[in-house]
Design a protein around this ligand. Structure first.
Ligand SMILES: Nc1nc2c(ncn2[C@@H]2O[C@H](COP(=O)(O)OP(=O)(O)OP(=O)(O)O)[C@@H](O)[C@H]2O)c(=O)[nH]1
Ligand SMILES: [Mg+2]
Length: 196
């Protein structure tokens, strides 16, 4: 049975007072703490909070905004200049959630894998490492680059197989830089739907 999005967790739990104790574990001076690959939020021993891990691969043409998205999801500023990512960079993002039915609290741990497009082309082992045991792939296109959108279906077929049980999500970047006459004006909402 398929479950509609948002029906399992309380999606706006971060607004409720009882979430504060948990969010304080991922925040420092109102900013997100940085977590290394082996680190996790510290909880008092009597509060047994399980961690659910997801590996997320961010895919897209060079300059489309993969590193910027990873930084933004981690609550960090991203550089205004384009610095090509020369290999794989991982970013760990924790987010506490409350399950709707049981009221149980969990920490989601997203491990974001960001690999520069040119590194993928240059080194054969990069893509298989990013795809290994991946749970979700974000396919990025930029609202300022029609080519990045047209290339999406190629990318999805190149990176995934139809038998994959990986969640696939299409994400548009640089919407804030969208000018009049950029291609987004000619796209219908059905073009922009994400697929599995
Ligand atoms: N205004 C605006 N700029 C963005 C956005 N996302 C990315 N950028 C800019 O686009 C440029 C390229 O972004 P990156 O995140 O470095 O691109 P990338 O996909 O990681 O590129 P490679 O590492 O070469 O594969 C940078 O100058 C970012 O500041 C956005 O949503 N809005
Ligand atoms: Mg990059």
């Amino acid at each position: 049975m398929s479950v509609p999005p948002g029906s399992i967790i309380v999606s706006d739990w971060h607004r409720f007072p009882d979430s504060r104790e948990f969010f304080s574990r991922i925040l420092h001076n109102k900013k997100r703490r940085k977590f290394g690959l082996l680190e996790a939020p510290m909880m008092p021993p009597h509060m047994n909070v399980d961690i659910v891990r997801y590996k997320v691969f961010i895919s897209g043409k060079t300059g489309v905004g993969k590193s910027a998205l990873a930084a933004r999801l981690a609550g960090l500023d991203f550089p205004k200049m384009h610095y090509e990512t020369t290999g794989i960079e991982t970013t760990v993002v924790f987010w506490p959630v409350r399950l709707k039915e049981s009221g149980r609290v969990l920490f989601f741990r997203f491990e974001l894998w960001d690999c520069g497009e040119s590194a993928i082309r240059r080194f054969d082992h990069m893509l298989p490492s990013c795809k290994e045991q991946v749970d979700a792939i974000l396919f990025l296109f930029s609202f300022t680059d029609r080519g990045s959108f047209d290339d999406l279906s190629n990318q999805i077929t190149r990176i995934t197989e139809s038998s994959d049980r990986v969640v696939k999500l299409v994400v548009g970047t640089k919407r804030d830089r969208k000018r009049r006459n950029t291609f987004s004006r000619s796209l219908g909402s059905s073009d922009l739907q994400s697929g599995r």
